[in-house]
Design a protein. Structure first.
Length: 363
């Protein structure tokens, strides 16, 4: 009996030791660098911000989101075991080749990027707006910026560097080659950043956003250019993030059915007028160009390219549209979207909205 007890105790002890060793191995592995490579096969550079008042847990969560650490729970434990560590607020340059220990040491060193500036690019804006923002913050003329982002040699270099940029952006019919591909976000740049530095930092963010859809794109009947174009339309047509997948579903139904998309936002872009400026004239609605999806000549077709720079919600909607049998939608002035199957139902909804004072009118 005693022998059996000793065997059981020995077995339990062995399992405990093995488990402990395994836990130590796991912990040490999790402390290592993620070693995630960017589009240029180098470690991904990340401008990381420690905000004033941030807790250590918040910082670890942000490091994990940026793919700078392998396991956030190990990060919590590491900081708990090193409770003498003090975070210092500021902007830091980190990369995915750094271990957790190296990252934490740097965040506690106070070696911040002194000459960085924060620049925000708003989702749904055209590239001409982004050019203006860059000009205002960095001192380059708008003409200089437009010259760089329309240079064919440079565009070909970008195509070689980023998998989601294809020969489609070299189409002469496009107003702006990189329209739709510059991810809206708040960025921290060196004050002396070149135009190319700025553009490629934005493209790096786009690469992260599109990464999870790469296999879907490879197996889709639509090209990445077409899907980014769809996302840009959904961005401007969807009145809120909750309805964007439904809006995308309507447009895909129309494409599959050989219908024209009938999207006013494409008409505005085609004539290079902002929606907030005025209503469209009838001749503008009927004008045939490579962007306007109102004419019957565009039946079953997308515009030649994106019409704005879409946010993440619109990208998700374009890649994961809601499946339904609606072909029409309209939003009221409060942002509520109404989906219908027939033109008759669509017109009835519009008449009802006007009668109730819910119809949106430009002022």
């Amino acid at each position: 009996m005693k022998k059996k007890i000793l065997i059981i105790v020995a077995a339990i002890f062995s399992f405990f030791v093995i488990g402990l060793v395994g836990l130590v191995v796991f912990y040490n592995n999790a402390l290592g660098a993620t070693e995630i490579k960017g589009e240029d096969s180098k470690y991904k550079e990340v401008t990381f911000i420690v905000k004033s008042g941030s807790t250590s847990r918040m910082v670890i969560d942000d490091l994990y989101k940026e793919e700078l650490i392998k396991n956030k729970y190990v990060g919590y434990v590491y900081l708990k075991l090193n409770d003498d560590f003090m975070l210092q607020a500021g902007v830091y340059e980190l990369n995915t080749g750094m271990s957790l220990e190296e990252i934490i040491d740097k965040l506690g060193s106070g070696k911040v990027v002194d000459n960085s500036i924060s620049v925000t690019f708003i989702e749904g804006k055209r590239i001409t707006n982004y050019v203006k923002v860059i000009s205002e913050n960095f001192g380059y003329s708008e003409e200089e910026i437009l010259k760089v982002i329309s240079d064919e040699t440079y565009l070909k270099e970008l195509i070689d560097k980023y998998w989601f940029l294809t020969e489609d952006i070299l189409d002469d019919r496009l107003y702006y080659a990189l329209e739709g591909y510059l991810s809206p976000n708040t960025y921290f740049f060196d004050q002396n950043a070149s135009i190319k530095d700025i553009i490629e930092k934005m493209l790096d963010t786009t690469a992260v956003e599109l990464k999870e859809y790469k296999d879907d794109i490879d197996n889709s009947k639509y090209s990445v250019h077409e899907m980014v174009t769809m996302a840009s339309i959904v961005e401007l047509e969807g009145s809120n993030s909750d309805d964007r997948r439904g809006v995308a579903g309507v447009f895909y139904n129309r494409l599959e059915g050989g219908w024209s998309l009938g999207s006013d936002v494409t008409t505005y872009y085609g004539i290079q007028v902002e929606m907030s400026e005025r209503d469209l004239w009838q001749h503008e609605i009927e004008e045939v160009n490579d962007y306007n999806t109102r004419p019957s000549a565009m039946a079953g077709k997308l515009p030649v390219g994106p019409i704005c720079n879409p946010g993440v919600d619109s990208i998700i909607a374009a890649f994961e549209p809601e499946e339904h049998d609606y072909y029409y939608f309209v939003a009221d002035k409060n942002g509520k979207t109404y989906f219908t199957k027939t033109n008759g139902e669509h017109e009835t909804v519009i008449a009802d909205l006007k009668a109730k004072g819910l119809w949106f009118v430009y002022e």
